[in-house]
Design a protein around this ligand. Sequence first.
Ligand SMILES: Cc1cn([C@H]2C[C@H](O)[C@@H](COP(=O)(O)OP(=O)(O)OP(=O)(O)O)O2)c(=O)[nH]c1=O
Length: 195
Amino acid sequence: MARLLLASTSPRRLELLRQIGLRPEVLRVDIDESVRPGEAAADYVLRLARAKAEAGRAQAEAAGYGPAWVLAADTTVLAGGEILGKPASLDDARRIWALLPSPDHQVLTGVALVHGDRILSRVVSTAVDFLPIPAQEQEAYWASGEPQDKAGGYAIQGRAALYVAGIRGSYSNVVGLPLAETAALLRQADHPLWE
Ligand SMILES: Cc1cn([C@H]2C[C@H](O)[C@@H](COP(=O)(O)OP(=O)(O)OP(=O)(O)O)O2)c(=O)[nH]c1=O
């Protein structure tokens, strides 16, 4: 049995993997997600994805799991030269939203896969053309509960679809896990996709 472990508590990532017919077990890992001074966005998401996957492997080994593939990812938004995480408050969200339509922004996801002593990883970037959120809609959007746990303070798969004029690149990457590229990593690590 090819045991796939997902070192992420993001319900979106689990849902995306299920969409392509995979049924991973979920591990909760906690790592420090602070950005290092001067760190580029691509380096940041790659470092975090790898750290989550390594932490997942350590946890799986401690729990006595047999051979497994441990998958992890981290998503962030790059706009106006700034790395934007999850908004801490409505004021913070307003500041972040103002940076998104300029005229586009990048969503970057780092993906890492650990198997045995190998670690495979890559970064995928999607450009999102984002419309300004009208001032009179901002409070209600915040109150919907959707922005709080999302990088950039919005969810393309949710209400914020109405602010997305278009994207260039992977849609699943924006939701938190680029599926084509993740499948490529799994094949590279000899994980049988469907068995
Ligand atoms: C831009 C955008 C982000 N997101 C989500 C994807 C990620 O789950 C989240 C970014 O936070 P992450 O830190 O990448 O992931 P997480 O905290 O949800 O889960 P974990 O750290 O346990 O792996 O933002 C959307 O769901 N839709 C979007 O349109």
